[in-house]
Design a protein around this ligand. Structure first.
Ligand code: ZN
Length: 204
């Protein structure tokens, strides 16, 4: 399986990092070795001084597809989950300055936190109104809603599948809302999809 991540999919988040609003989805990938599951602790790597949390809705691809038309995109996923796209912001900023690829900042081990529980999409009456949030040490730091996405799930599936064949079990992290920031040793992170707590783990 592969992990596809969408960048700059929320206007307020693009602005907080001084990025332009994209005209089409920006995507990058993480390898399967980046997954962190079962609410295992995240260990801050020694080579970064600024690991940022990015809470994101995650869709799980349920069939193989290429060049998927937007109107058929809904057939390619049944479940929605929650994840964190951990980002070494200090490294990413250096790479961006030089126009280099982002893998060192985005694809490292444990950088793709994934909640074990996925929710059947039929549980959401409106996929463009799904709320999700991240708390650190009990404080709300990211408060997102899919209505703020620039590109919908359908836009993303359609666009990405022009370039990359989607396969069963692939995960798409659909971008983060505003409020990203650093984590530090001892932090307790809790992620919520609507009112369900799907992530609950420590930074070590
Ligand atoms: Zn992200």
């Amino acid at each position: 399986m592969k992990i596809i991540c969408i960048g700059r999919n929320y206007v307020a988040h693009a602005h907080e990092l001084n990025n332009e609003i994209p005209q089409e989805p920006v995507f990058f990938m993480k390898p399967d070795s980046s997954l962190l599951r079962n609410n295992d602790p995240f260990y801050i790597p020694e080579w970064s001084k600024e690991i940022h949390h990015e809470i994101e809705l995650v869709i799980k691809i349920n069939r193989i597809g290429k060049n998927i038309e937007k109107r058929f995109a809904h057939r390619y996923f049944d479940e929605i989950g929650l994840g964190i796209d951990f980002t070494a912001r200090d490294i990413q900023n250096k790479l961006k300055e030089k126009g280099l690829p982002w893998e060192k900042a985005k694809a490292f081990d444990q950088s793709a936190v994934l909640g074990e529980v996925f929710i059947d999409k039929t549980a959401f009456p409106d996929q463009q109104n799904i709320s999700f949030k991240l708390k650190i040490n009990g404080n709300l730091v990211q408060d997102g809603n899919s209505k703020l996405m620039i590109f919908s799930f359908g836009d993303i599936i359609s666009h990405v599948s022009k370039y990359v064949t989607l396969k069963i079990g692939d995960l798409i992290y659909t971008g983060t809302p505003a409020g990203v920031g650093p984590v530090k040793i001892g932090d307790h992170l809790e992620g919520f999809l609507e009112d369900k707590k799907l992530l609950d783990f420590m930074i070590k």
